[in-house]
Design a protein around this ligand. Structure first.
Ligand SMILES: C[S@@+](CC[C@H](N)C(=O)[O-])C[C@H]1O[C@@H](n2cnc3c(N)ncnc32)[C@H](O)[C@@H]1O
Length: 243
């Protein structure tokens, strides 16, 4: 069983906030702006925003960005990193029931494999919520692992050392029938302290996510392998744009 609220807390900050280099957040934010043609002043919802790495870059590009996330710990870190500027703003938000009026945004971003946690029906609800809060003609951008790529790069275990000397150890299995990547994620800190979170992520095919977007009422759905429109393949992640 997954314990998302334990993973997306101190454990996530101690692991991924160390790994995520600022350059990646900047490159991806610029990629979204080019891909959907956003002008300064456009209203953007970055959900989930995690510790704010894309929201902060969107704001630097002149966008009026709201970062929404379920995790209080990650929102607090996002606020700390963003400082006192007017944008980005951060709001506690569960994407299955967004606390925003209909037609509030020109673009919604859902980046870094941020669906697949709560079951297929909840992901359908989330995509319907993203559409509800978009203005007519607005764009949803989803960037995620997809099943074909997972199959191409799958390895049952891995470990890496973080800058502070901690070790991240991951053991993975695939549940082929349910389409799940089942992971035991463990952080071993330099003093020997261990933090662990098992989790199961539903890893969709592009075809499945296109179906979810169409069912939610999006008229036009395109898939790429990156923000620069690299063709989608088993060797790329998935960037889905729904209008
Ligand atoms: C893999 S992280 C990605 C965060 C961010 N997009 C990034 O690239 O750094 C997934 C995020 O989803 C958030 N999350 C999980 N379930 C959520 C939900 N139901 N509603 C809103 N946020 C959620 C977690 O708190 C976490 O910040």
């Amino acid at each position: 069983m997954s314990d998302w609220d334990t993973l997306f807390d101190e454990l996530y900050l101690r692991t991924y906030a160390q790994l995520g280099d600022p350059e990646t957040g900047r490159r991806q934010a610029e990629g979204v702006v080019r891909l959907v043609g956003l002008e300064p002043g456009a209203d953007v919802l970055d959900c989930p925003c995690g510790y704010g790495r894309h929201s902060i870059e969107f704001a630097r590009l002149g966008l009026h960005v709201v970062g929404g996330d379920r995790s209080q710990a990650l929102l607090a870190e996002a606020k700390r990193r963003a400082g006192e500027d007017e944008w980005p703003r951060f709001v506690r938000a569960d994407y299955r029931e967004l606390p925003f009026e209909d037609a509030s945004f020109d673009c919604v971003t859902n980046l870094f494999t941020s669906l697949g946690y709560w079951g297929d029906e909840d992901d359908r609800r989330a995509i319907a919520e993203f559409r509800r809060v978009l203005r007519p003609g607005g764009s949803l951008v989803v960037e995620t692992m997809h099943r074909d790529h997972l199959m191409a790069i799958y390895s049952p275990r891995s470990w890496r050392e973080l800058p502070d000397g901690s070790l991240v150890i991951e053991q993975r299995e695939i549940d082929y029938e349910r389409g799940l990547s089942v992971t035991r994620h463990e952080l071993v800190e330099p003093d020997g302290n261990r933090l662990a979170a098992p989790y199961e992520v539903r890893v969709y095919t592009a075809t499945e996510l296109i179906g979810f977007a169409r069912d939610a009422g999006f008229a036009q759905v395109s898939c790429y392998g990156d923000f620069d429109k690299t063709p989608l393949s088993r060797d790329t992640r998935l960037v889905l744009v729904a209008r």
